[in-house]
Design a protein around this ligand. Structure first.
Ligand code: ACO
Length: 324
């Protein structure tokens, strides 16, 4: 018989060793530790070593998630990686991780949805596992966004960091991933973007640098509105009251955005998992890393109702309601 649900069998994360503090940034640009902490909640972020790529980070997070699930790599038959900073255009990071894990044949691909990449990836993998299309899915969010940040632009470089988080999904007759809700609105394409890629390359007359560009204040307002509406939609879709959520695991973009989302849910901040102080905004990696932190320190227990949410460039946003 086909399973009804997928559930999280194990989680993992990897943070590069190199740390960039607010004090380091004070030496590089016109900013202060006080400004960064009060406007964002961030104190430090991790930056990949020069020879470390997104696949390196993703592999280490994946191995931890496999260990936590008690599985050998051969058990994996589906790999999806949310990332906006892949090693190469192709092979995709999923294929690179597959090769490193020594497995062959299963589907392996990337999802490019900026900071919502992990939620998008989780939603796809969930549908495969819950309908019997895969047995054990590896779902990763991994980024080396430091490679596309302008460390002279104080409006963006204080925010982003590198890292990777992963989960393994397995089939379950009991509730696991309960519902996923995905949204996007390309009309906001000019508020947060990287101007160049493959098909659209930089020309000599182009004045914009090959970096992340963000109109932070406008992004902030749409992020708050969109996240409020997606958490309402998630509760309504499952006939749940606000008080039924045990843990909120938000995308770690900005402490003030997280506080406003928590307020909407009527959740005290001690029920919100926060990692951004020490990790900054790691885009697609932030939600699975925060989940792994809370699982490993014992806050998130089996049976808890957990709400994951994210918002990012595109704009894309989404949520996943999970019975851990
Ligand atoms: N240090 C000191 N001053 C700064 C810095 C800095 N690092 N950065 C900007 N400022 C200045 C600005 O120049 C501006 O000065 P002015 O008033 O003289 O013009 C002033 O601070 C206020 O700038 P704002 O942009 O209005 O500051 P705001 O309070 O909005 O904070 C921030 C900026 C932190 C970026 C915030 O807007 C934010 O977090 N936005 C949302 C980011 C987000 O959620 N992104 C989506 C996910 S990321 C992804 O998808 C890849």
């Amino acid at each position: 018989m086909k399973p009804m649900y997928s559930r999280i069998a194990g989680t993992g994360r990897y943070l590069p060793e190199r740390v960039l503090t607010n004090q380091d940034l004070e030496q590089m640009i016109d900013t202060t530790d006080e400004w960064i902490r009060s406007r964002t909640g961030i104190e430090r972020r991790h930056i990949a070593a020069d020879d470390q790529t997104t696949a390196d980070l993703a592999e280490l997070a994946a191995r931890q998630a496999l260990d936590a699930a008690g599985l050998e790599p051969e058990a994996i038959d589906f790999i999806v990686v949310g990332t906006t900073s892949p090693d190469t255009v192709f092979p995709n990071v999923g294929c690179l991780v597959q090769e490193r894990l020594g497995i062959r044949g299963c589907p392996a691909f990337g999802i490019e949805a900026a900071c919502s990449g992990f939620i998008y990836a989780l939603s796809i993998a969930d549908r495969f596992v819950a309908t019997g299309g895969a047995q054990h899915a590896l779902v990763i969010g991994a980024e080396t966004l430091s490679r596309m940040v302008d460390y002279k632009d104080r409006a963006t470089c204080v925010i982003f960091g590198d890292g990777a988080g992963a989960v393994v999904l397995e089939p379950s007759a009991e509730q696991g991933i309960i519902s996923c809700h995905l949204r996007a609105d390309g009309h906001y394409k000019d508020l947060l973007y990287h101007p160049y890629g493959v098909s659209k390359q930089r020309k000599p007359e182009d004045t914009e640098g090959p970096y992340i560009h963000m109109r932070g204040n406008e992004v902030f307002k749409v992020a708050v509105r969109s996240l409020e509406s997606i958490v309402d939609e998630t509760l309504a879709a499952n006939d749940l009251e606000k008080g039924s959520i045990d843990w909120l695991i938000p995308h770690q973009a900005n402490l003030r955005i997280i506080q406003l989302t928590a307020k909407r849910l009527g959740m005290p901040m001690d029920k919100v998992v926060l990692t951004l102080k020490d990790q900054g905004n790691t885009s697609a990696a932030s939600v699975p890393m925060a989940l792994d932190v809370a699982v490993r320190d014992g806050r998130v227990q089996r049976g808890d109702m957990v709400l994951l949410e994210a918002f990012g460039g595109g704009f894309t946003w989404g949520s996943a309601l999970v019975r851990y």
